[in-house]
Write a new protein. Structure first.
Length: 225
């Protein structure tokens, strides 16, 4: 039997069977192809799910951003500080802990009566005092009474009147005059002079420790008698 003729009876007239031996290319079955050896690398491959990798991903994905946020808050928004000494009694006592906010003075000047944390030349540690004199004010202390622009102030927060006098002094632009509420036990502007506003670290906002002393800190602005 003619195989080619038999098969062509079932195909269209223009179709033609090409027998395997007549095909232009011959392909060896895949199973007969020689197996090439895989290249062997001496480089160790770390498992993708290793503990070290998981810790690294956790650190860079969660811990590092949290630390960056904490640093930004510390630098630009708020910080915790501790009261040392007794210069602000009876308003603040030694070893109480405060939150100092740093944002408000970026948009506004300090107000009379604000309690501020500030850097003072010649002191290694930050000081906490109350703002009494503002830029342009003339401040004086006579017979224990503080006057601003020749008007005596009523200061209900102080721990007794100050001993000694302070001559009338005009506070320069960009400076404030600060004093402790414990007037007779405070190293303040009466000794080191007015302080640049640029040296203010922040405004004492909240007393949070001990918990029994928890309280928002009011400015207690003094007023003329």
């Amino acid at each position: 039997m003619n195989i080619q003729g038999h098969r062509q009876n079932f195909l269209p007239p223009d179709a033609r069977i090409i027998l395997p031996e007549q095909q232009p290319q011959q392909y060896a079955p895949q199973m007969d192809a020689p197996l090439l050896p895989r290249p062997v690398s001496d480089r160790p491959v770390a498992p993708s799910g290793s503990l070290a990798g998981a810790v690294a991903r956790e650190m860079f994905g969660t811990i590092v951003p949290a630390l960056i946020i904490a640093v930004l808050i510390q630098v630009f928004l708020a910080q915790a500080t501790k009261v040392e000494g007794y210069s602000m009694e009876p308003t603040l006592y030694g070893h109480q802990r405060l939150i100092v906010e740093k944002l408000s003075y970026r948009f506004d000047l300090p107000k009379r009566g604000d309690i501020v944390v500030l850097r003072v030349d010649g002191f290694d540690e930050l000081l906490i005092k109350r703002v009494i004199g503002l830029p342009g004010d003339t401040l004086s202390i006579q017979n224990g009474i503080t006057s601003i622009n020749h008007e005596p102030l009523d200061e209900p927060y102080i721990n007794g009147p100050a001993r000694g006098n302070y001559p009338a002094t005009k506070i320069p632009d960009g400076y404030i005059f600060v004093m402790g509420d414990n007037r007779n036990n405070s190293n303040d502007s009466r000794s080191f002079g007015p302080v640049s506003i640029d040296h203010i670290v922040g405004h004492a906002w909240m007393r949070y420790w001990p918990l029994s002393d928890f309280k928002l800190i009011a400015s207690n602005e003094p007023y003329a008698k």
